[in-house]
Ligand binder design. Structure first.
Ligand code: NDP
Length: 477
């Protein structure tokens, strides 16, 4: 038998992806460093489709039809390089290595360049949706050459998630590292979404005075409206869960220190390099790291500040509506920032990424899937050169309608001492963009004063310097 596709690396993701290919009628060669995993997969799930178990790299490669399609689902980083080094010598020009791990896009660019010299297509592919997604249909973000997508596209379309309108959640994002870059920003946006939802929860708890079970109900209601999304849905599930051991709300027995695997941090690091203000995503990453500083938090608990005094019942309901507005407006800003970063990466690396298509393939399968993404796609479809999502009339109008409540929520949060860095960063971004004048003019004056860094004038072209230490006359620089 020849297999149409092979998967090496059979931990949760690889195993489920292999099963997904097999369930869709493909013959799948499977391989894993530890051979027992390969056999376990075929023993347990062999009935789902056609698998070819390969014990060695040579057998694995020999089992594949040409040009070969070889999916690597191993631990990201050095293991990916090790696996490439093992397989590349066994491959021929035209073959494809698809890296479905969470690789850094710079590594993907390097690997693509190196393998291209050998005539091998290296297809860095972002895959989102966790293990359930891998099995039932993930959102897939492939980079690499257009030729590789001609060969892989139909298979990926088959195994991918489908959006509500039936469209497959996969597109050729762009060359080399484009797919992994977009996956990285997806994860950054995911961090921001989660942080904003967390802030909404804390406000409903501390300011409105609702219980976790009541907040779960509020989230369920929100999930029937414009906030309809996977993350809101699972938030309601987590909040309504009761710990069996103590009978307390589950959320109250979990240690409040959030962990991270690094893709959110990369999103911010790369944004800094590209000069893109992703302040909402950055606050989300910082909020997780702050939560983990247990000793610092212990040492700070006695610091002065107000204690939140919950509202009465009727005021609480009105406040909850305001929080929904603040959450929605802040969410628009996070996506605005994330898409700005994708546009900047696309520009920097010449990827020519279609932003509407990216929004489209995030509609199903992935963690940030949401009804909202349809609207983002529509905005970019209507105007592919949209300078920012905030320039879209519909989003601008929604923020216009939400902003009074958004500001009120932040006033309440500030007065009562509830930290809302995500909501606040989003509003500051919005207000900074709409400002007639920014204090950046003063910053330029200061820079010119202490470092003769020069400044431009509003009324004339050129660069200027004021002789601060002398008679304060102005000279052309
Ligand atoms: P892990 O990241 O835990 O990786 C385990 C797999 O890597 C095993 O098959 C292991 O083989 C193999 N491996 C590790 N080191 C080597 C090596 N040096 N040489 C050969 N094989 C090696 O598995 P996951 O399934 O969780 O994730 C796979 C990839 O998918 C990762 O890059 C991850 O970031 C990404 N991903 C994961 C998601 C998730 O929800 N888990 C979601 C989206 C992407 P062995 O059995 O022999 O140890």
């Amino acid at each position: 038998t020849t297999a149409q596709i092979g998967v090496t690396g059979l931990a949760v993701m690889g195993r489920n992806l292999a099963r997904n290919f097999a369930r869709n009628g493909y013959t799948v060669a499977v391989h894993n460093r530890t051979v027992s995993r390969t056999h376990a997969l075929v023993e347990e799930f062999g009935g789902e489709g056609d698998f070819v178990a390969a014990e060695t790299a040579k057998d694995f490669v020999a089992a594949l039809e040409r040009p070969r399609r070889l999916v690597v689902m191993v631990k990201a980083g050095d293991p990916t390089d090790a696996v490439i080094q093992e397989f590349a010598p066994l491959l021929e020009p035209g073959d494809m290595i698809i890296d479905g791990g969470n690789a850094h896009f710079a590594d993907t660019r390097r690997r693509e360049r190196e393998l291209r010299e050998q005539g091998i297509h290296f297809v860095g592919t972002g895959i989102s949706g966790g293990e359930e997604g891998a099995l039932h249909g993930p959102s897939i973000m492939p980079g690499g050459s257009p030729e590789s997508y001609d060969s892989l596209g139909p298979m990926l379309e088959k195994i991918s998630a489908k959006a509500a309108d039936g469209a497959p959640c996969v597109t050729h994002v762009g060359p080399d590292g484009a797919g992994h870059f977009v996956k990285m920003v997806h994860n950054g946006i995911e961090y921001a979404d989660m942080q904003l939802i967390g802030e909404a929860y804390q406000l409903l708890r501390d300011v409105a005075g609702y219980s976790p079970a009541q907040i779960a109900e509020i989230f369920r209601t929100w999930n029937t409206g414009r906030l309809d999304s996977y993350l809101i849905e699972i938030t309601a599930e987590v909040l309504s869960h009761v710990d069996a051991a103590t009978g307390k709300p589950f959320v109250d027995v979990v240690v409040d220190q959030a962990e991270q695997k690094g893709t959110g941090r990369w999103t911010v690091q790369i944004a800094l390099d590209l000069g893109v203000p992703v302040s909402g995503i950055a606050e989300a990453v910082f909020a997780r790291s702050l939560s983990g500083h247990a000793a610092l938090r212990d040492a700070s608990r006695g610091l002065a500040g107000p204690k939140a005094a919950p509202l009465g019942e009727s005021e609480a309901a009105a406040f909850a509506d305001r929080v929904e507005q603040a959450l929605y407006a802040s969410k628009i800003v996070s996506y605005t920032q994330g898409f700005h970063e994708i546009a900047a990466g696309s520009e920097e690396y010449g990827w020519d990424i279609d932003l509407g298509a990216v929004a489209s393939i995030w509609r199903g399968g992935c963690i940030i899937r949401a009804a909202f993404l349809d609207r983002i796609r529509a905005a970019y479809d209507a105007r592919p050169d949209l300078p920012s999502l905030l320039s879209d009339e519909t989003f601008a109008q929604e923020i216009a309608d939400a902003q009074d409540d958004w500001r009120e929520v932040l006033v309440a949060a500030t007065r009562q001492g509830v930290p809302t860095p995500g909501f606040a960063a989003a509003l500051a971004y919005y207000d900074a963009l709409r400002a007639e004048r920014l204090p950046a003019a003063l910053t330029q004056g200061q820079r010119d004063f202490f470092g003769a860094h020069t400044y431009r004038r509003t009324d004339r072209d050129g660069s200027f310097h004021t002789l601060w230490g002398g008679d304060r006359s102005e000279v052309s620089a």
